[in-house]
Design a protein around this ligand. Structure first.
Ligand code: COA
Length: 280
């Protein structure tokens, strides 16, 4: 099955290593640089199609999601700024009422991305505002350039976040910082995003691709079965209480002892060999 095509969401596959058997990293680029990669209906349907394709494509082991770089400006015009995503497309809000928005925002592409069973990394270079911050928060890991800014400016539109920041941002950075961001609408610079745990890593813009790919390659070299169980189990910490979560972990940990990859990994350690995962 080939990657879905949509001008607003471009998908490229990169091998995890020279060894083609090791599978691939899907580099997913939200591609509306003239509108700072704002999330319109085409982007959202492209993300949903991408998630379906990744779930059905076993050789895709890791997803990196990013925003397209700015185009060269026309003669005499200033360049548009770098952006991961500058939010939901505000022009699509004009004249909309609650019934329209419930349809658009229920079962949306950001939830689909969050529910993807495979590891996801947001590679952020520039503005990650509103829905952009929320797309980043719906990934497992965020790696950002030092010129990035994260924020929830919806308050300036008379709104609150609608793609999960009240929940996922709060779980990442805590109650007080989330309230500050939602109340003031002011963006957080990359250094602060790193300090408060919103960005896992920050680096210069010219090192961002390699830094992100390096982490994706490390993750992609592991057993995808193990990664999936790990992701699902840590998610339990978000929904369950601690005691229930520890019980879920105990069951997940035990279940991996019936997997082929556990035996492969343990034998490889004992024999000082490189494990050849079967991803089962
Ligand atoms: N929705 C739709 N279009 C958007 C957008 C959004 N969320 N964010 C930026 N754009 C468009 C602008 O309208 C502009 O289009 P144009 O060149 O055709 O007029 C283009 O992207 C470039 O943005 P511009 O505002 O000119 O860049 P800037 O450098 O002056 O400012 C921002 C950058 C990010 C500060 C500013 O674009 C902004 O505040 N965007 C909205 C952020 C927001 O509120 N997000 C939450 C939405 S719920």
């Amino acid at each position: 099955m080939s990657a879905p095509q949509n001008d607003a969401v471009v998908i490229e596959e990169h091998p995890i290593s020279e060894d083609a058997d090791l599978g691939s990293i899907a580099m997913v680029t939200i591609n509306r640089p003239d509108k700072l990669n704002a999330l319109n209906a085409e982007v959202m349907s492209g993300i949903k199609a991408m998630v379906e394709w990744v779930e059905l494509t076993p050789h895709v082991r890791v997803v990196i999601i990013t925003g397209a770089q700015p185009n060269d400006p026309p003669e005499g015009k200033r360049a548009k700024p770098n952006a991961f995503v500058a939010g939901a497309d505000i022009t699509e809000f004009v004249g909309k009422k609650s019934d329209d928005i419930r349809v658009m925002f229920t079962d949306n592409a950001v939830e689909a991305l969050w529910n993807l069973s495979k590891p996801t990394i947001a590679m952020v270079d520039g503005f990650a505002l509103g829905g952009g911050c929320e797309v980043a928060c719906s990934c497992d890991i965020r790696i950002a350039s030092t010129r990035s800014r994260f924020g929830t400016p919806e308050v300036n539109l008379g709104l609150i976040p609608g793609y999960g920041a009240t929940q996922r941002l709060a779980r990442l950075v805590g109650y007080g910082k989330t309230m500050e961001m939602i109340f003031t609408g002011e963006a957080v610079k990359a250094e602060e995003a790193h300090r408060i745990g919103l960005a896992n890593k920050i680096c210069d813009a010219d090192e961002l691709l390699e830094t992100t790919m390096a982490m994706a390659r490390i993750i992609g070299s592991k057993s995808s079965n193990t990664l999936g169980v790990g992701k699902a189990t840590v998610r339990a910490a978000l929904d369950a209480g601690l005691t229930e979560g520890v019980a879920i972990e105990a069951e997940a940990f035990a279940s991996l002892f019936d997997s082929k990859d556990k035996e492969i990994g343990v034998q490889a350690f004992i024999n000082r060999a490189t494990p050849e995962w079967q991803h089962e």
